[in-house]
Design a binder for this molecule. Structure first.
Ligand SMILES: Nc1ncnc2c1ncn2[C@@H]1O[C@H](COP(=O)(O)OP(=O)(O)OP(=O)(O)O)[C@@H](O)[C@H]1O
Ligand code: SF4
Ligand SMILES: [Mg+2]
Length: 351
């Protein structure tokens, strides 16, 4: 049976208009998100990865109507978010909660945990401050692996991992349909990071909440995500079922990100090192205010062809599920949605 989509994003474009200065022409818009489409089924996790500035947070903000949507559609439980009025937006923002990288700046430092977690219960569920609310907050603290004795603590009395658990408890307090985790585990030590990821997985199993899980690093999203999307300069260059993206990688940029990550298997590590050598890893990506005519990855890509400089590749389907944006699938070697890895290894041997 087909899964029901909770969130459907279609051909999303987000442009920021720079400020016009007196006696000067208006600066070109910053094209932060360009034709991005993906779906998150109810109760599943979509991992979104990409370098700094690739548009991850802008997508998250656009989903919440906090960034200027230039074009495209965002549907939540079949309702068109781009057409919501102010009162719809208020209800919707309670259904879609966000947990940020730095809970210290997102948790009010002058409030104790019972207030921080209880606030939204009062605002959205109408339960006033008091014993009933404290009991609910205590249950939430237990759900995120903290005891009730945290109720009267201030954020500064907590470790980074504990603060992130409080931020998750606050998000859960309104029984949301979806939680956006924007680099929610990036500032944590590796062992704490995996504890928080395990906690999120348990919460999903218990509550059926959907996650949009944003990170820089493919290895972090691998474990938690059912599907993964890879962003480059606001373009979704590859997406698909998590295992397929890691093993049958379709886009040279995804292969570059994977090649940068250490893995314990020495044979695969050797192959990754070979792939890594053929990229211009240190080359700067172009500016989103001055996008090239063709593929934005041309100056770093090991397999660049003439057509790549002139034409932006369209979206094509990948064997094993998902999509990609790369001319190699339709021109030159015409991979037709097959993995790009054999081609990269062959190329690295010829260097
Ligand atoms: N309010 C804004 N006004 C103008 N440009 C913006 C604004 N917000 C983001 N941008 C630009 O949009 C692009 C995408 O930024 P975004 O913050 O979404 O990237 P990101 O992938 O979340 O990066 P990071 O990993 O550093 O958090 C960048 O070029 C950024 O400078
Ligand atoms: S379109 Fe060309 S430059 Fe862009 S990723 Fe594919 S091969 Fe590389
Ligand atoms: Mg960001």
């Amino acid at each position: 049976m087909a899964e029901t989509a909770y969130l459907t994003v279609e051909d999303l474009h987000v442009h920021f208009q720079g400020r016009k200065r007196i006696f000067q022409a208006a600066p070109p818009p910053i094209k932060a998100v360009n034709g991005v489409s993906f779906e998150i089924p109810a109760g599943k996790t979509f991992g979104l990865v990409g370098e700094s500035g690739s548009g991850k947070s802008t997508i998250a903000r656009a989903l919440l109507r906090l960034a200027p949507i230039k074009d495209g559609s965002v549907k939540v439980a079949n309702a068109e978010v781009t057409e919501f009025d102010a009162s719809d937006i208020k209800d919707y923002r309670a259904q879609v909660q966000v947990v940020f990288q730095d809970p210290y700046s997102s948790l009010n430092p002058s409030l104790v945990v019972s207030e921080i977690v209880g606030e939204l219960i009062t605002e959205h569920r109408g339960i006033p401050k008091g014993d009933e609310r404290d009991r609910m907050v205590g249950d939430l603290l237990e759900q995120v692996g903290l005891g009730r004795h945290f109720l009267e603590r201030f954020p500064y009395e907590l470790s980074g991992g504990q603060r992130q658990r409080i931020a998750i408890a606050r998000a859960l307090s309104v029984q949301p349909d979806m939680i956006i985790c924007d680099e929610a585990t990036s500032a944590l030590d590796v062992s704490i990071q995996s504890q928080v990821i395990n906690l999120l997985e348990d919460i999903q199993e218990q509550t059926g909440v959907s996650f949009l899980f944003i990170a820089h690093d493919l290895s972090v999203v691998r474990h938690i995500s059912h599907d993964v999307g890879v962003l480059y300069l606001g373009y979704l260059v590859e997406s698909g079922p998590s295992e397929r993206v890691y093993t049958e990688t379709a886009h040279p940029y995804t292969a570059m990100l994977l090649a940068a990550e250490p893995i314990p298997d020495p044979e695969r590590q050797k192959r990754r090192a070979a792939v890594r050598r053929i990229y211009q890893i240190d080359a700067e990506p172009p500016s989103p205010a001055n996008m090239p005519k063709g593929c934005p990855f041309t100056n770093r890509c090991a397999l660049v062809m003439d057509i790549c400089h002139d034409e932006m590749p369209g979206v094509t389907e990948v064997q094993g599920g998902g999509t990609t944006r790369c001319h190699l699938h339709t021109s030159g070697p015409k991979l037709n949605g097959a993995s790009v890895i054999p081609l990269l290894l062959e190329h690295s041997q010829g260097q």
